[in-house]
Design a protein. Structure first.
Length: 90
């Protein structure tokens, strides 16, 4: 069960026996309300932060260089370009 406290923070309890631990004034809320609150409080990531989470590992590129595998190197570059296109600079 999810609860919202007066400061709009969300709490989860799997048993009513722990209700006494909730901040005063907390009310039970639905899963949809939880999703809405979490979405509103989610950090806004910059394009660079978004890219960082999706770039392929650099070891893929280095492995291709060491092996002289031009196809692997080209794939790494293409994958990076796809991420850049997905999250362009503002």
């Amino acid at each position: 069960m999810h609860y919202k406290s007066p400061d709009n923070s969300v709490h989860f309890l799997n048993s009513d026996e722990y209700k006494h631990l909730l901040p005063s004034g907390s009310v039970q809320i639905t899963d949809a309300e939880v999703a809405t609150i979490r979405a509103a409080n989610a950090p806004v990531l910059t394009y660079a932060e978004k890219r960082l989470g999706e770039y392929p590992p650099m070891t893929d590129y280095l492995d291709g260089v060491v092996k002289g595998d031009q196809a692997q190197i080209a794939k790494y570059i293409a994958d990076c370009q796809a991420v850049k296109a997905k999250y362009p600079k503002p």
